[in-house]
Ligand binder design. Structure first.
Ligand SMILES: O=C(O)c1ccccc1NCC(=O)[C@H](O)[C@H](O)COP(=O)(O)O
Length: 273
């Protein structure tokens, strides 16, 4: 029985092949120079005056189905940033997540923060695309790539000025794929076989991530207390989608969440804002 990742990747290979025939590489290269300079995800996540939250725009997901069919990209992403998020993540996969490249371009038009293109990258073509639609960083998923592919795709992203977030699910993936061509390492708390969520996964892998990389905890984060806890393990970035998007006004949910987090951080002797 193919896993959900197998299905996504099989679909993506066909999708990328089709897109290459519609917009050939040479044509895509001409649209590369998006007016703004890339903004560093790594630096924004580490900024003391922000909270490390990478707020995600995700309409639906394989695990939860439709989260939010109506939230407009413009109002939601501006609201996320006004709430104090450090960066944005925009799902551009259409078949499984209901996103599109235009969602990221819209977010880019209205925000100056770093934007992560959240997709299933298997080909350099998608990295050129990420650059052309205004992304600052891409995601590479260890579970679907070899070490050589991570290194090659990471190097290519860097050559375009894009940063790389490498996502791992377990120790074997981390040890198998870590290369200097990535900037941040994200531990995904979602088990992609049964969709269960546990932030214990982040805690277990924290010490195994070399210090050169910014640590990001991804998925299943639903409380400010969890962020305070993950900070004790050295995590500085927190990728949050569903907790915000399942609300009719995701940006308000994000503001309330960050309000709680600020209260906890102010009360904690270890952190000051
Ligand atoms: O979200 C899913 O169901 C999913 C299924 C298969 C592959 C990837 C999936 N999600 C992508 C993500 O990594 C999350 O959107 C991201 O980490 C935010 O997670 P959450 O806060 O739990 O929405």
């Amino acid at each position: 029985m193919p896993t959900i990742l197998d299905q996504i990747v099989a679909h993506k290979r066909q999708e990328v092949a089709d897109r290459k025939t519609i917009v050939p590489v040479k044509l895509l290269e001409r649209s590369l120079y998006f007016p703004s300079q890339p903004v560093s995800l790594r630096k924004y996540v580490q900024r003391d005056d922000l909270n490390g939250i990478i707020a995600e725009f995700k309409r639906r997901s394989p695990s939860k189905g439709m989260l939010n069919a109506y939230a407009p990209v413009e109002r939601t992403t501006i609201g996320y940033m006004q709430a104090g998020a450090s960066a944005l993540s925009v799902l551009t996969d259409s078949a499984f997540f209901g996103g599109k490249s235009e969602d990221l371009t819209t977010a880019r038009k209205f925000n100056f923060c770093p934007i992560l293109r959240k997709d299933f990258v298997i080909d350099e073509y998608q990295i050129l695309e990420a650059k052309s639609i205004g992304a600052d960083a891409i995601l590479l998923i260890a579970a679907i790539l070899t070490k050589e592919e991570v290194a090659q795709l990471g190097q290519f992203a860097h050559s375009l000025g894009l940063e790389v977030l490498l996502e791992v699910h377990d120790r074997a993936e981390l040890e198998r794929t870590v290369t200097p061509h990535v900037d941040l390492i994200g531990v995904n708390n979602r088990n992609l076989h049964d969709f269960t969520l546990s932030v214990e996964t982040s805690k277990e892998l924290a010490d195994l991530i070399p210090d050169d990389f910014v640590k990001v905890s991804e998925s299943g984060i639903s409380s400010a207390e969890t962020i305070m806890e993950l900070r004790q393990y050295g995590f500085e970035g927190f990728l949050i989608g569903e907790t915000f998007m399942k609300n009719s006004r995701p940006e308000k949910a994000c503001a309330a969440f960050i309000g709680e987090l600020k209260k906890l951080r102010t009360a904690s002797p270890a952190f000051t804002i």
